[in-house]
Design a protein around this ligand. Structure first.
Ligand SMILES: *Cc1c(COP(=O)(O)O)cnc(C)c1O
Length: 358
């Protein structure tokens, strides 16, 4: 007997390595800095809204996500027809590859970047074309546009880049878009857009509205602190939004998640205050690291990158000893999320007790 055989690409899908939770240690609070989560509890009113929605769990969610679409449309100043919601921006990336790539089509993106990209691309039967980052952790946009062939259907720009933290500027993005053929879809992954504080920062919505082939993906997981509820959205041309909705999983976003996202949008002033505090902590950490002799790539997200190379596994062990769990990428480096102030002090301590640059 032969058993049913999955498509060949299925066995080639790389595993997603989720950030490890901390182990309890005697006499020490331990912190999870391995998944770029928001250390704050839900915004005011969010738990109450989620609880109210949970009372209706015998009913299907609003499949049209009507209230959430309207709130996002108001907030962003774009029509609902330019928006597509999904189960996290990971869901959006899967759906974009599914909607735009035939088997064998090429998807170009920087590497190292977000680990969901090779998973989504491989799962769809498309081909991964990875373009090495510059030594300072930034995208090599010139090499990326040179990597576009007549099989390329999608190019992804992750800004700020997970895990290195650096962002592209609007000027760089504009020059890049001018090089990309109009039939190639450019995904600008802006999962950390709320944390960006740099000159000439990308205006994702304006960029989308100025092009027919650019889509921005965003998420409630990071700044909004709803990682556990799985809500992301795309802003794009209506043709792209329509395609995304067509391939979406019906009833994907639960009613509890819809209610929580809506309540989070309503708590904007508290959100902005928290993001400001995290940005201040990030900048304090970057300065502390510099004081300890470690220069990290320009950190524009809620995380910093230690380019530890061959010593990455050792670095992760040293972090464990200090009671912080980081996200190591063996042979490459470790990504460390900005968390509670006490946890952030230990990031600086890690640089002191495990010197990399000297
Ligand atoms: C965290 C992250 C996402 C999204 O996560 P979801 O929880 O699926 O919304 C998307 N892109 C990057 C680069 C990320 O780091």
């Amino acid at each position: 007997m032969t058993s049913p055989r999955p498509r060949d690409c299925v066995s080639q899908i790389p595993a997603y390595v989720a950030g490890r939770p901390p182990q309890p240690r005697d006499g020490m609070t331990t912190y999870k800095l391995s998944s770029n989560e928001n250390p704050y509890p839900p915004l005011p009113g969010v738990v109450e809204a989620a609880n109210r929605a949970a009372e209706q769990m015998n009913r299907y969610p609003d499949m049209g996500n009507t209230a959430l679409y309207e709130a996002l449309s108001d907030r962003l100043g774009v029509g609902v027809d330019h928006l597509a919601l999904a189960t996290g921006s990971v869901g959006l990336i899967y759906q974009l590859v599914q909607a735009f790539c035939e088997p064998g089509d090429e998807v170009v993106y920087a590497w190292r970047s977000f680990e969901a990209y090779p998973i989504a691309v491989t799962a769809s039967g498309a081909r991964n074309v990875q373009v090495a980052l510059l030594p300072d952790g930034r995208h090599d946009l010139e090499a990326m546009s040179a990597a576009v062939t007549d099989r390329t259907r999608i190019v992804m720009v992750c800004t700020p880049n997970n895990p290195t933290g650096s962002s592209v500027t609007q000027t760089e993005l504009d020059a890049f878009l001018a090089e990309i053929p109009e039939h190639v879809l450019v995904i600008v992954d802006e999962a950390y857009v709320e944390f960006v504080r740099m000159g000439d920062a990308v205006d994702g919505v304006a960029t989308v509205l100025a092009h027919d082939n650019v889509v921005s993906t965003r998420t409630f997981s990071k700044a909004y602190g709803l990682a556990g509820f799985r809500v992301g959205y795309a802003v794009g041309p209506t043709s792209v939004a329509t395609a995304l909705r067509a391939v979406s999983l019906p009833f994907g976003i639960s009613s509890v998640a819809q209610a929580a996202a809506l309540a989070s949008l309503r708590a904007e002033s508290e959100l902005l205050a928290r993001v400001e505090a995290l940005v201040a902590e990030r900048d304090r950490v970057v300065q502390g690291l510099a004081g300890a002799g470690l220069t990290v790539p320009d950190a524009q997200g809620n995380f910093v990158w230690f380019a530890a190379g061959d010593r990455t596994t050792e670095l992760a062990t040293a972090a464990d000893e200090l009671g912080i769990v980081v996200r190591p990428f063996a042979g490459d480096g470790a990504r460390i999320s900005i968390g509670e102030p006490e946890a952030n002090d230990r990031i600086v301590e890690l640089a002191r007790c495990f010197p990399l640059d000297r």
